[in-house]
Design a protein around this ligand. Structure first.
Ligand SMILES: [Zn+2]
Ligand SMILES: [Zn+2]
Length: 306
């Protein structure tokens, strides 16, 4: 039996890049400490903040809510609210909604649900039927970001916390390099980098230094309801899937490389922000939300599919 490198209890996890064993309790504490360190390092949370957590029912967003509540739940100067977006995906979202409601009740967190159907008279299922295979994830992502931003603003929040983990972010950096998307690379980081529009609520990423599999383990140990199935439409984003597989192979051979990619991303972003001209984000002529073009992407999708 392997023993925890800290307390000598039975180990349940070995972190390869550190060469250390962890028991469940020490592992959880370590994850929470690392999230705290990220929050401190990037000054992600301040007194007076009202933070909306985008709660999807997946492990990462549930962990984000759980850990933020654990760290700041006793601070009366910080308010945490959860918002769940119902995309209208049968057999996927309907199962997770109930879990989100119960989880928020358990934590004593104010919870709001907004649906694509009520907001746009569209669901992902409806769009999928019409669009065949035209990248469902991008449609869905546009709507989700749009609604989360709008709802957070209506609730008077000044920050949105998202559950992006180390793997998500390392994948995004590589994909932006593949595509030469300098603007996205310039925006990279755990904290809001560019103030883009008065109606735009900045996003924070407290889990940016937590690997995917450690996030999954944390959810299991702490009895956090997490829906592990992938979205039925996720298969339509082949570049992300391939980047994920590639990164996992690389990590097996060179443990810790995902952290190096994040550190590189931060350095590159810093340099880019000094040299890149970030155009002002305007306002959609149709709906009044922030948009880089005359008509925002959400309005264009509605026009195409309604
Ligand atoms: Zn221990
Ligand atoms: Zn619009």
């Amino acid at each position: 039996m392997k023993k925890c490198s800290r307390c000598k209890n039975k180990a349940i996890y070995f972190r390869v890049n550190e060469g250390r064993y962890y028991c469940g309790k020490c592992f959880s504490k370590n994850i929470e400490d690392r999230v705290k360190r990220t929050i401190r390092k990037f000054n992600l949370v301040k007194d007076g903040d009202k933070i909306v957590v985008g709660l999807s029912g997946g492990k990462d967003s549930s962990n984000t809510l759980y850990i933020l509540k654990k760290i700041f739940g006793h601070n009366p100067k910080i308010k945490i609210i959860a918002v769940t977006i119902d995309e209208g995906i049968k057999g996927y979202r309907d199962k997770t909604l109930k879990g989100c409601v119960e989880f928020c009740k358990r934590l004593g967190i104010e919870h709001h649900i907004i649906s694509f159907e009520d907001s746009f008279h569209l669901t992902v299922d409806k769009i999928a039927k019409k669009s065949k295979d035209k990248g469902m994830c991008s449609f869905c992502g546009v709507f989700r970001r749009y609604l989360l931003n709008k709802k957070a603003r209506e609730l008077g929040a000044n920050k949105i916390a998202v559950g992006h983990n180390l793997d998500d972010e390392a994948q995004s950096i590589l994909m932006n390099v593949f595509k030469g998307d300098l603007l996205r690379l310039a925006r990279f980081g755990a904290e809001p980098k560019l103030k883009e529009h008065s109606k735009f609520i900045p996003r924070i990423k407290p889990l940016i230094m937590i690997p995917e599999k450690e996030s999954a383990l944390y959810a299991i140990i702490n009895n956090i309801p997490a829906y592990f199935d992938e979205c039925p439409y996720a298969v339509f984003n082949p570049l992300r899937m391939e980047t994920r597989d590639f990164l996992n192979k690389l990590e097996d051979r060179s443990p810790g490389i995902k952290y190096s990619i994040i550190n590189s991303g931060e350095k590159i972003a810093k340099i880019l922000r000094k040299n890149i001209k970030v155009g002002n984000i305007g306002t959609c002529e149709n709906c009044g939300e922030p948009s880089s073009e005359k008509i925002c992407k959400a309005c264009k999708i509605i026009e195409e599919f309604l």
